[in-house]
Write a protein of this length. Structure first.
Length: 164
């Protein structure tokens, strides 16, 4: 079951994933009186085909491919964290197969998104949004990242910020 948790002004609440278009979850009033945050990151499930051989998904479609200058694949062991940075320029699209905990920090607001095991979700993350990924286990977490900026080890375009 997918869950999104947002902490806003030290108030904690639980909301369904943005794919359901609601915040907070119907019937919840624990954020009553709080302004509803507007998020820049787009989160969407990716259709995944499963059969006896394994799984297949297309992390991006042709509309996403034209301006990408960097592609990277990250395999993360259970209990480990990746990311903990924000990009100074460019948009990053990340396709992640769970289990995964994704933490985003937008305009000072922390938001946790849990990607269930076996599901693949796409995160379109604009420049300035801090992001981190944790594999809660038990299996391998798979992440495929696409960025509009080329990776230059001599002049990294990311700023480290520990949020997870």
């Amino acid at each position: 079951r997918s869950r999104t948790r947002t902490s806003h002004k030290r108030t904690h609440g639980t909301a369904r994933s943005e794919r359901f278009g609601c915040y907070p979850r119907p019937g919840r009033d624990d954020l009553a009186g709080e302004p509803m945050p507007t998020f820049k990151t787009v989160i969407e499930p990716i259709r995944t085909h499963h059969d006896h051989r394994g799984s297949l998904f297309e992390p991006v479609d042709e509309s996403h491919l034209g301006d990408k200058r960097n592609v990277h694949v990250v395999l993360t062991e259970p209990g480990c964290v990746r990311g903990n940075h924000r990009h100074l320029a460019g948009t990053e699209i990340t396709a992640i197969t769970g289990p995964a905990q994704v933490r985003l920090k937008e305009d000072g607001v922390l938001r946790d998104v849990e990607v269930p095991a076996g599901e693949t979700w796409r995160f379109t993350i604009p420049a300035g949004v801090t992001h981190a990924y944790r594999n809660p286990g038990p299996g391998m977490m798979v992440l495929i990242g696409f960025n509009t900026e080329a990776h230059d080890p001599a002049q990294p375009g990311a700023v480290r910020e520990d949020i997870l």
